[in-house]
Structures are given as C-alpha cells and as structure tokens.
Ligand binder design. Sequence first.
Ligand SMILES: NC(=O)c1ccc[n+]([C@@H]2O[C@H](COP(=O)([O-])OP(=O)(O)OC[C@H]3O[C@@H](n4cnc5c(N)ncnc54)[C@H](O)[C@@H]3O)[C@@H](O)[C@H]2O)c1
Length: 329
Amino acid sequence: MNNILITGAAGFIGYNLCKSFVNKEDTTILGVDSLNDAYDNNLKKIRLKDLEKHKNFTFQNMNLSDEIALKSISHLKFDTIFHLAARAGVRQSFRDPKKYISDNTTSTANISNFVKSNDINKLIIASTSSIYGDSGVTPMKEGTDEKYPPPSVYATSKLSGELMAKTILDGTDTKIQIPRFFTVYGPYGRPDMSILRFIHWIYSSTEILLYGDGNQKRSFTYIDDVIQGLHKLNETNEEGVFNIGSDNTESLNNVISYIENILNIKAKIDYQPRAFKDVDVVIPDLSKMINLNWKPKVNIETGIKNTIEWYLEYKEQLKEIKFKFDYEK
Ligand SMILES: NC(=O)c1ccc[n+]([C@@H]2O[C@H](COP(=O)([O-])OP(=O)(O)OC[C@H]3O[C@@H](n4cnc5c(N)ncnc54)[C@H](O)[C@@H]3O)[C@@H](O)[C@H]2O)c1
C-alpha cells in the first residue's frame, strides 16, 4: 500500500492532486486542510464533497501552524508527504504578514519536524515563482535567479518555508523536492486568480476588474501539467528545487479575448491602477524538469476552453462564490 498525506487538500492544486490519486487502488490518501478564509471557502467545500465520494480518501480539518494538532496523526505511516497548504497571493500578503508567516513558514517548519520524527522518506513542498526577480525576458533558473530580499511578504514566507525544511531535515535520509509553480489555472481554480475571475465576470456580464493595462504577461500553466509534474517528482529521488511552469507567456488582454471568443460575449473592463508589487512576466528555465522528461503540454487556448467547460457545468454551484475581496471595489 502507498500511503500519502496531502496538505492543502481542499485547495485548488491539492484537490486536483488528490483527484489524480483516488482511482489508484494501491494508494490511500489523507487530506488535511484548515479551510481558511483566504478566499471564499465554499469552493473548498465543493472540492471536498467531490473527494469524499472516494473510499481511499479521508479528510481531517487541521491547522498545520498548530504543532499539537499534527500529533493527532503521528501514529500514521506515510511514504510521501505533498505539502501544498499555504496562504497564497502577493497583493494580499502585504495586508496581513502574520497570517503568511503562520500558514507558510511556521506550518512548513511543523511539517518538517513531523517528517523528521516519523522518518518519512519523501517531502514534496510546493513553492512559487514569486521568489524570482522580475527580468521580463530571461528565464529564471533555480538556485541562481532568486531575488534578495524577495519581492513580497508572500515570497519571503514561502522561501523561509523552503529553508526551514532544508535546515530541519539536514542530515536525515528524507528526500526533499521543492517544485516552484508559475501561475496555475484550470478547473476548480481559485476565485482570486485572473482566469477564473475573468470567465465568471464575462459570463455573468459583470465588469472585469483589471489592474494595469492588461499588457502584463504571465507564465500561465495548466493544472494537469502541474499534476503530471508532481507525479514525475514522486517517481524520482532527485532532490532540489524544480521550476514547474510554462515557457509560453500570454498577456491578460489575450486571455480576455480567448474567453470572449469562446463564450461569444464581449467583456466590459474596469481598468484600475497596476497592483502594488505586481511583477512583469517571470519565465521559468525548465531544464531540470525536462531532464526528468516533463514539459508543459496544454496550450493556453485548450486550457481556457477546458476551464470554461468546467465553469459552465458547475455554474449553479459557483453562483454563490465570491469572486471579489471586500477591499476591492
Ligand atoms: N495557484 C498558483 O498559481 C500557485 C503558484 C505558485 C505556487 N503555488 C503554491 O501551491 C500551493 C497550493 O496553492 P493553491 O493555488 O492550491 O492555493 P489554495 O489557497 O487554493 O490552497 C491552499 C490550501 O491550504 C490551506 N491552508 C492554508 N494554511 C493552512 C494551514 N495553516 N493549515 C492547513 N491548511 C492550510 C487553505 O485552506 C487552502 O485550502 C501553495 O503552496 C501555493 O503557495 C500556487
């Protein structure tokens, strides 16, 4: 039996990763999540409801910043831990640094201690492209292009998490792999991220809140490619940091036109000043993942089309989800 622990299981990437394991008969999955309010957590409940249909999936509500809570599962044996739980979002991180330290840095230190005392073979920790500087053109390479100090509270809290794990597990046999993701999108995505927000606003004839002129580009990476990348890492024992992203960048304006064309609805756009510390495109150097025989496969048009199909199938449930934060107009 392959026993895995997935933290952040009710989150966007955690949910999709759990989903990729639930049909494997030789695998049991424990998913944990604090169901925090970083965005409308009704979406997390929708994701969990879908996972809980599967016999080999169990869920436990747990806040990983509380070390005592983790003790309640210390009798369980895990082969691999995928640590995806975190508080994401560059803009929001400046509003409340303490929550980012607790959810990202302290929680990762706690998970690392848990791994150490339970002799777990492998720890895979999700990290972020936000750690890199903002060159605009040059692909960012793991280990050389990180920006010091990191460009946001979010990036600092994630980089501290990476370092905590390496320090705490130094000298143990645990293999640590740190995938850094680049703007992930797709079905069951986050309502605080551009593609899903744009789909929802265009479909519901609501003005799109667009920060900046829309020419800023992103390395949009489709969720299935990210999940394939995580499986590739799980299959190897090579340690280190690995960029998992797309090297085909796309502007927000182009994304909006793809959505308009598929839905056949013209977007109404409310242009707002560029968000504080919004970075220009960050392009991944993919050579490390290419060496593991992984490359992103899904192009942006197909990815957006799949996301729209999912949105339309679930639109009744999604009607109640909040796509704007209270501080946004
Ligand atoms: N989505 C992206 O584009 C992207 C890009 C780069 C990196 N990442 C990283 O990937 C991981 C998953 O991101 P996501 O997009 O699925 O975000 P998400 O917010 O949808 O999922 C994260 C989940 O972690 C849970 N969580 C947060 N703090 C917790 C705690 N202290 N204890 C237990 N659970 C906690 C949240 O409730 C949430 O459900 C994160 O580590 C994030 O930093 C995501």
